[in-house]
Design a binder for this molecule. Structure first.
Ligand SMILES: [Fe+2]
Ligand SMILES: [Fe+2]
Length: 305
């Protein structure tokens, strides 16, 4: 009797049914262990950011760290300062005057500014490391869609700017774990479209059953490796499960609802989903707030071309 992966198993003779079941189970389990090891290895081998960026992100992580040390690191490094200014202008500069680091800190806030540069390095690393994925552009489009929607929802929730910018940045990397899973499982020619609204709950259960992990856990692991803020890490971890019993994660909820906002919902079917209704209520948003978010999303994405 020989088990080869979980695909083809040949039995000699009739054999015992229980024994066959045991062998199939064992083969699937081995496959699962192999795959989750491969995913962990892939995450472990992702490149680290340049030392100055890494040091900056690590400084922003230290509990109770005030902005003085972070500002010292930025202003003491002319290359880093100019990179940050360029980034701040390209993300926020259309309506705001950003000429100095002090301007950028005043307008954007120190934490989102630091995370923004981390995420821009992450974007380059993702493009290099996951270049084997044929449809990587779909991941980028979905990430940008969710970034826009998180920002709209943050405004409607009346969140302070710094907080909503952090959630939007979490939205930008929320599905990074999917890329690692796809590469590790050799699914490089498959589409990388974001999860559809009606699969937001079931998708991660399916992954967990198949892999023993899911893209939220893998994504959170990647965020930890790259020293992203715990707000971003938690948002990534909880973006499919923002409400577990009474345990609620705000960033995860904003990303979760963003998937419903950016989908078209002429029949009203989407928002009547039980989980979405509960999460909306925890965000203190009404159905008309949801409608408003959808309309704003439509007008912003249409005007962006
Ligand atoms: Fe996801
Ligand atoms: Fe997604």
């Amino acid at each position: 009797m020989k088990a080869e992966g979980n695909v083809f198993i040949k039995f000699a003779g009739d054999g015992d049914v229980e024994e066959k079941k045991r062998i199939v189970l064992e083969a699937n389990m081995n496959e699962k262990i192999k795959l989750s090891r491969k995913i962990a290895e892939l995450v472990g081998n992702l490149p680290l950011f340049p030392t100055d960026i890494d040091r900056l992100l690590a400084a922003a992580l230290r509990p109770g760290e005030d902005s003085t040390e972070i500002l010292r690191l930025i202003e003491g490094d002319p290359k880093l300062s100019s990179q940050l200014l360029q980034l701040a202008r390209s993300y926020y500069g259309t309506t705001e005057k950003i000429e100095t680091i002090a301007d950028a800190v005043r307008r954007i806030g120190i934490q989102p500014l630091v995370q923004l540069i981390g995420i821009s390095y992450a974007r380059d690393a993702i493009q290099q490391e996951f270049a084997a994925l044929k449809y990587l552009n779909e991941y980028i489009d979905h990430a940008e869609d969710i970034y826009i929607t998180c920002s709209i929802l943050g405004e409607i929730c009346g969140l302070p700017r710094e907080q909503r910018d952090m959630y939007a940045l979490a939205g930008l990397v929320h599905d990074v774990g999917r890329l690692a899973i796809m590469v590790a499982s050799n699914r490089t020619s498959a589409h990388v479209l974001g999860t559809l609204w009606d699969k937001m709950v079931s998708a991660v259960h399916d992954e967990k059953a198949k892999l023993g992990t899911n893209h939220c856990e893998v994504g959170a692991h990647i965020c930890r490796k790259w020293n992203f803020s715990p707000i971003i890490e938690e948002g990534v971890l909880r973006h499919h499960t923002p409400l577990v019993n009474n345990d609620f994660n705000f960033a995860g909820a904003v990303i979760f609802i963003s998937h419903f906002v950016s989908a078209s919902d002429p029949s009203g079917e989407i928002i009547s989903t039980l989980e979405a209704t509960k999460v909306l209520a925890r965000l203190n948003l009404s159905v008309s707030d949801f409608e408003k978010a959808k309309n704003t999303y439509k007008s912003r994405t249409q005007s962006a071309g």
